[in-house]
Design a protein around this ligand. Structure first.
Ligand code: G6Q
Length: 548
């Protein structure tokens, strides 16, 4: 867990640098030509998912060097430390045990010598009981109406996971329930949702690990006021507000009965928390069985991560390829392209997972890192992206690796749509790899009737350099189980990269400064005395005060 040697000084990194030098810009197409079994050799199955990583600028030797790097940096020991409940989040002195939340093996998981599994199972049982009571109409609002709308109030790790998952699993959601997610402090967000729901049939989930987050507390307070203004009394709040938190005292102080609180623990990081009580909206929407199937999928990926040799280990391979491009190709960003509209929020979810975890420039020991770390993660569902930013992926100046993600089976009956969707997904990874040469462009243009200068003028614009890498991840379907495996895959990929880069993936000090300054400025906007500011900040505060 403690690589103290700077990354660039390791034997494996030096060997990789030499390998990069030797192999240069060798086209991936030549690797396929040289090895008819490349697809079989450079693809792997795990937890029901299939990863084709053959369209990468990597050969057997490169992969061996990368797995050698993983060994030299201690990925296996770090993995054992995480699963063993060690306090690997060293700057917060905490264990990191989201894997315990989906530990379906019956084996104990110990933190400080005590097994956390009984408490995990107890909360899961309560979540399931509550979800089923709301779903089958036993839990009713204060006027006796069944719940029709669920509003999750939370932000960051207490929002993105359940919001992404409920959208992804819409096809198997309860038909009576509409899910809403309010995160932004911008009153437009809450107002838009409150404009669509009725107090008597709405259930609010106030989700906050700390129960101090200003956005969540402000939104929850306004939602409670709105609920009471609709004619309900204080005693009715219990039927319409539940809390998800680690902080019982604060929950009670807010006015939610702790009998209606679903707890979790400090060893669950916000962005790793959709498997905990933070996943309550998912359990409500897809039911106890659906939620548990999601946990099963994640657990299957955990087993794969622990048991598969590094060379056949999906999260390890994804992580290593990312390190390869970031370190040796200057790739400053990675595009996530889910060919599934239901996964529209996956890129945003992965942005937090990857960038909040590995967007660091000092190591676990506080030394500056000596290579670039987390790239920018971005993306949109295909095929929409093809009509927008794919231009840059194909012909821009940067090498941007792409993760294509598709489900083989559709959850709708429009088979022709699904065929076209998959055709486009497969076509894009091919186009990025093979590109189009000047000779091909010339042949194409001349068969379209162009010749001479007119033809030549167009050639450079229509050439595709190709040799642009991608992974393709195939899910059997968009079921809770597949989604669980997919998210766990990326969690472990991020972990592998953090160990190689030597950073702590589980803290997030970089979000603090802005919060501190905002608190001071909010007091100034409310009429408090002006503080010390630079000219720009002062000018903006003055403008905001003048408008209020
Ligand atoms: C996640 C982060 C952050 C956190 C939110 C919400 O890893 O820590 O996104 O989840 O700031 O925090 P609370 O759940 O405490 O409101």
């Amino acid at each position: 867990m403690n690589p103290s040697v700077p990354l660039t000084q390791t034997t494996a990194w030096r060997a990789l640098a030499a390998h990069r030098e030797e192999t240069g810009d060798r086209p991936m197409s030549s690797l396929f030509a040289a090895d008819p079994a490349r697809f079989e050799r450079f693809s792997v199955r795990g937890a029901g998912l299939f990863l084709d990583y053959s369209k990468n600028r990597i050969d057997e030797r490169g992969l061996a060097l990368l797995t050698g790097l993983a060994r030299e940096r201690g990925v296996e020991a770090a993995r054992a430390a995480m699963f063993g409940g060690e306090r690997i989040n060293n700057t917060e002195d905490r264990a990191v045990l989201h894997v315990a939340l989906r530990n379906r093996s019956g084996a104990p998981v110990e933190v400080n010598g005590s097994d956390v599994m009984p408490a995990v199972r107890e909360v899961l049982q309560r979540m399931g009981d509550f979800a089923e009571a709301v779903r089958d109409g036993r839990w009713r609002g204060h006027t006796g109406e069944a719940i029709t709308d669920i509003v999750n109030i939370g932000i960051g790790g207490s929002d993105l996971g359940p919001a992404m998952a409920c959208q992804a699993l819409a096809a198997c959601g309860h038909p009576r329930l509409t899910m809403h997610f309010v995160s932004n402090i911008d009153g437009d967000h809450l107002a838009a949702v409150l404009g669509k729901v009725k107090p008597a049939s709405t259930l609010f989930i106030v989700a906050s690990k700390t129960f101090t987050t200003i956005e969540t507390m402000t939104n929850a307070t306004s939602a409670r006021r709105w609920f009471l203004a609709g004619g309900a009394g204080e005693a009715d709040v219990a039927k319409h507000f539940v809390a998800v938190s680690t902080n019982a005292e604060r929950v009670a102080a807010f006015g939610i009965d702790t009998a209606n609180m679903f707890g979790f623990w400090d060893w669950v990081g916000g962005r790793y928390s959709m498997w905990s009580a933070v996943g309550l909206p998912i359990a409500l929407f897809v039911g106890r069985d659906g939620f548990e199937a999601m946990l099963d999928g994640a657990h299957a990926m955990d087993r794969h991560f622990v048991e598969a040799p590094l060379e056949r280990n999906m999260p390890v391979i994804l992580g290593l390829l990312g390190v390869w491009y970031r370190g040796f190709f200057g790739s400053a960003s990675v595009s996530i392209a889910p060919y599934a509209q239901a996964l529209a929020r996956l890129p945003a979810y992965l942005q937090q997972l990857e960038m909040e975890s590995n967007g660091k420039s000092v190591t676990r020991h506080g030394q500056p890192v000596d290579t670039p770390t987390c790239p920018v993660i971005w993306g949109e569902p295909g095929t929409n992206g093809q009509h927008a930013f794919f231009q840059l992926l194909h012909q821009g100046t940067d090498l941007i690796p792409v993760d294509f993600i598709a489900a083989l089976k559709a959850s709708h009956g429009l088979a022709d749509h699904h065929r076209l969707l998959l055709a486009n997904c497969i076509a894009q990874s091919k186009a990025l790899m093979v590109g189009k040469s000047a000779a091909e462009v010339r042949a194409e243009l001349s068969s379209a009737g162009l010749a001479g200068e007119a033809l030549e003028a167009l050639v450079p614009h229509r050439v595709f350099p190709g040799n642009r890498p991608s992974n393709t991840l195939l899910l059997p379907d968009l079921s809770p189980r597949s989604l669980g495996a997919l998210v766990a895959l990326y969690e472990h990929k991020v972990f592998v990269q953090s160990v190689i880069w030597g950073v702590n993936a589980f803290d997030q000090w970089g979000v603090e400064l802005g919060k501190q300054i905002a608190t001071r400025i909010a007091a100034e906007l409310a009429g408090g005395p002006a503080g010390e500011h630079d000219g720009s900040t002062l000018g903006l505060i003055t403008a905001a005060r003048a408008a209020s």
